[in-house]
Design a protein around this ligand. Structure first.
Ligand code: PNS
Length: 163
């Protein structure tokens, strides 16, 4: 059984994330989408909301499950018997930091990092940018699942308070 993790903040999940998760699910027997919970960082959506959104968005893929983790990703990998961390790379600018994290993670635990190039149609999509565009009333249709867009617009209409 080859098990991989797709870790991230997913605040909120984008179509770029889903592209990576779907492709990872074709390569590995099981994919765990792991929502990083960092109590010192405030997010637009709570960990439970992010988990619910991912559960709904990943429902079509039978070998994908969603979980949350706190602390080190490598500890989660060891606990869950995960062999590989899958990370999407949008551009060369992602590479420096991702390489450093991959090397630190392999120093900490016997886990491989697999870099997957983002499909070109999503290479400009990032949760942070989606939130910024939506904050100023821009249209993010097609960049996130429709139900996520609706939740995003609703949250921003409430004042966009972080959780
Ligand atoms: O979506 P993001 O914000 O790019 O996700 C980053 C995340 C959660 C994958 C990364 O920050 C992480 O792995 N955090 C867990 C803490 C950890 O293991 N830090 C050491 C990394 S070398």
């Amino acid at each position: 059984m080859h098990r991989a993790v797709c870790p991230g903040s997913f605040d909120p999940v984008t179509n770029g994330h889903l592209d990576i998760i779907e492709r990872a699910a074709r390569l590995f027997d099981e994919v765990v989408v792991a929502v990083g919970v960092n109590a010192s960082k405030s997010r637009l959506f709570s960990a439970d909301e992010r988990l619910e959104m991912l559960t709904r968005a990943c429902a079509p893929w039978e070998n994908v499950r969603i979980d949350t983790f706190t602390g080190l990703l490598t500890e989660f990998c060891v606990e869950q018997e995960i062999d590989a961390i899958v990370k999407g790379l949008r551009a060369v600018s992602d590479f420096d930091y991702e390489l450093q994290m991959a090397q630190m993670n392999s120093h900490l635990a016997p886990v491989e990092t697999v870099f997957m190039p983002t499909s070109p149609e999503w290479s400009f999509v990032a949760s942070s940018l989606v939130k910024e565009v939506a904050t100023f009333g821009g249209d993010v249709t097609g960049l996130v699942p429709e139900f996520v867009r609706e939740q995003l617009v609703a949250r921003l209409a409430e004042g966009g308070e972080t959780r």
